[in-house]
Design a protein around this ligand. Structure first.
Ligand code: GTP
Ligand code: MG
Length: 289
């Protein structure tokens, strides 16, 4: 537990002592089923944890005065979008390793699920990243559940499986990656005539994913592609697939782009606190630095 986290918990205790907080509803009486008191929501947020990139600049993008920890908070949804080779898949791989690290090293000691729609999950990269952190690569690989999903139909069906795995393995998983959310849909739904059907499927998929993130208190990360708007000559001509459906869904939206050599720029375009901040990271043999 971090120092700030401890100090927030102490603050709650002090407030309770100072004001003599007493539950108005005795325990065991379920008058307001489905509701939590504001105090409990505050306590849960304080006691919650996060997955760190172990890269100060990247972690800073997700930091806020209200969150007493370093990294991306559990229970949230993140969209990583950018062009080919911008580093989306590499960040996902790194987080599959980091989620398993002990709290003192920025992890939450939990497993990861990787829904691979493009066939780009790389055990070799996981081995390299694990070694660079002095972790047993076989242990790390064992704790990543990978599913290769080749159609939008299977992508929807896998959600049932995910939910049943999570129900049976309460609290074992800390991270779900969908890399990418849109590849199958883009391949199957081509043209304007099927656009609304495509958006509906996407919307349903995302809505269920968001509930999973909240219900099982884990981090859900999706990757998304961008394309260029041929009708736009001024400003940023990039369009990202999925439009507003995806934009509203994510707690955090990060735009990635290539820079010099192995450097990448990541810009926070939507977050609770740090909109418009940028960070630079590098993709090395041992992972993200
Ligand atoms: P798309 O899936 O094509 O949209 O791209 P992406 O954003 O997922 O890109 P990805 O994360 O796959 O980044 C690819 C880049 O990562 C490559 O251009 C390399 O610079 C870097 N990379 C991939 N594998 C390695 C590796 O084994 N070692 C090092 N040093 N860099 C790697
Ligand atoms: Mg990729």
């Amino acid at each position: 537990m971090s120092e700030t986290q401890q100090s927030q918990i102490d603050e709650i205790h002090e407030l309770e002592l100072q004001y003599g907080v007493k539950d108005k509803i005795p325990e065991g009486i379920n008058l307001f089923q489905g509701f939590s008191s504001g105090l409990n929501v505050f306590k849960n947020k304080t006691l919650n944890s996060a997955i760190s990139f172990n890269v100060e600049e990247l972690d800073k993008l997700f930091m806020s005065p209200e969150l007493p920890f370093v990294g991306i908070p559990l229970g949230r949804t993140v969209e990583l979008f950018g062009g080919f080779g911008s580093g989306k898949t590499q960040l996902c791989h790194q987080l599959c390793v980091n989620v398993q690290l002990p709290v003192s090293e920025g992890g939450v000691e939990k497993m990861a699920m990787y829904i691979d729609t493009e066939g780009t999950f790389s055990p070799t990269r996981i081995i390299q990243m694990s070694k660079s952190k002095n972790k047993d690569p076989t242990y790390i690989l064992k704790n990543i559940s990978v599913a290769r999903v080749k159609s939008s139909d299977d992508q929807l069906k896998i959600l049932d499986k995910i939910e049943s795995i999570l129900r049976d393995n309460n609290d074992k998983f800390g991270l779900i990656i969908i890399d990418s959310i849109i590849a199958n849909l883009n391949a199957e739904y081509i043209g304007r005539a099927v656009l609304s059907e495509k958006q509906q499927i996407l919307s349903n998929f995302l809505w269920r994913l968001k509930n999973i993130a909240e219900d099982y208190n884990l981090l859900v990360i999706i990757t998304n592609q961008i394309r260029t708007n041929p009708n736009q000559y001024y400003g940023d001509a990039t369009l990202h697939s999925g439009g507003n459906v995806v934009a509203h869904w994510a707690s955090y939206r990060c735009y990635l782009r290539r820079s010099k050599q192995n450097k990448r720029v990541i810009r926070m375009v939507k977050s609770i606190y740090n909109d418009d901040n940028e960070a630079v990271f590098e993709i090395t043999e041992g992972g993200i630095i």
